[in-house]
Design a protein around this ligand. Structure first.
Ligand code: NAP
Length: 287
């Protein structure tokens, strides 16, 4: 039995589909099991990382687990969700775990780096004895879904950091790699830094999306300070907002195309155009 946390999310949902298609019995963790739409072969199970006691039942009898946390950096004193998930996995005697981390993990010294270093350490803690694999992706192509509301309502998209490049990765590629790591012994102890196949700015991604939709979409770039204000309003602590702004404006690390997806999957990483084609419905006005 494989447990997928974040089973209703971009990576988790795709992972549930892949594992069940391969005949693996899957438990799909969500805080709202009654609402989960799952393929045959998957069973929804309640679990909330804010309530560690709820995790025991979800992890019982599980041999492999996909661990993801939706907890924002700075939302607690440390990554309590990652700690709760890793502890639940260890207590249940889970053998293989795949942790969804971020590009560069804990490298660096800012608040974001410290958070992710602690999150990864929770999973790789030798006393837990987990056979872990760390996935460290850069920006997700699915972040473009933040434009869905605007593009269902009209043809203009307001977005910050429109000229900041990134080699966005398709969550489906991450799910395919996670599925391999959860069902074979090939990736125990491995850390995979992952990107998509090309470097694009949000402005370029929007152009590709417009071409896919066959619509003349327009970009209205938002100034950096609007992004800063939005993050503060969203509840990010000031130190985290500063770190996000600094990283976004001063580092091109996420723009680097990495060979990992192709190396691991034996085929090129999926392109933004492919992703856009498969998610066009999300941007199409409801009739
Ligand atoms: N977006 C990016 O560009 C990017 C880049 C690198 C790494 N990442 C990492 O990728 C992860 C996000 O993955 P994703 O996009 O697949 O997720 P997502 O689509 O944002 O979905 C979030 C998932 O988290 C679950 N969740 C939320 N609160 C929870 C809680 N208290 N306890 C248990 N589950 C909870 C939700 O499940 P329910 O609501 O059903 O309970 C949902 O399945 C994050 O860890 C992020 O750091 C993202």
């Amino acid at each position: 039995m494989i447990l997928v946390t974040g089973a209703t999310g971009h990576v988790g949902n795709e992972l549930v589909r892949r594992l069940t298609a391969a005949g693996e019995p899957v438990r799909a963790m969500t805080r709202r099991p009654a609402e989960a739409r799952l393929p045959e072969g998957a069973t929804a199970v309640y679990g909330d990382a804010d309530d560690p006691a709820s995790l025991a039942a979800a992890f019982t009898g599980v041999t492999g687990a996909f661990l993801m946390s939706a907890q924002g950096v700075g939302a607690a004193d440390g990554p309590t969700h990652d700690r709760a998930l890793a502890e639940a996995a260890a207590r249940a005697g889970v053998r293989r775990v795949v942790k969804l981390s971020v590009l560069d993990g804990g490298a660096g010294s800012d608040v974001i780096a410290r958070w992710h270093a602690a999150a990864e350490a929770a999973v790789t803690d030798p006393s837990y004895g987990l056979a872990w694999t760390l996935l460290r992706p850069g920006r997700f192509m699915s972040n473009a879904l933040q434009w869905a509301g605007q593009l269902r309502a009209g043809d203009e998209v307001s977005t910050p950091f429109a000229d900041r490049p990134a080699a966005s990765v398709d969550p489906a590629d991450l799910a395919e790699i996670a599925a391999i790591a959860l069902t074979t012994d090939e990736h125990g102890g491995a850390t995979h830094e992952l990107s998509g196949p090309q470097t694009l700015t949000p402005a370029e991604e929007l152009r590709i999306l417009g071409e896919t939709l066959g619509r003349a979409v327009r970009l209205r770039p938002l100034p950096d300070d609007v992004a800063r204000t939005g993050m503060s309003r969203y509840g990010f602590p000031p130190e985290v907002v500063d770190a996000i702004m600094h990283r976004t404006l001063n580092s091109d690390r996420g723009a680097e195309v990495l060979p990992t997806v192709e190396k691991l999957l034996g085929r090129p990483a999926r392109t933004f155009a492919q992703w856009a084609g498969e998610h066009a419905d999300a941007f199409t006005p409801r009739s």
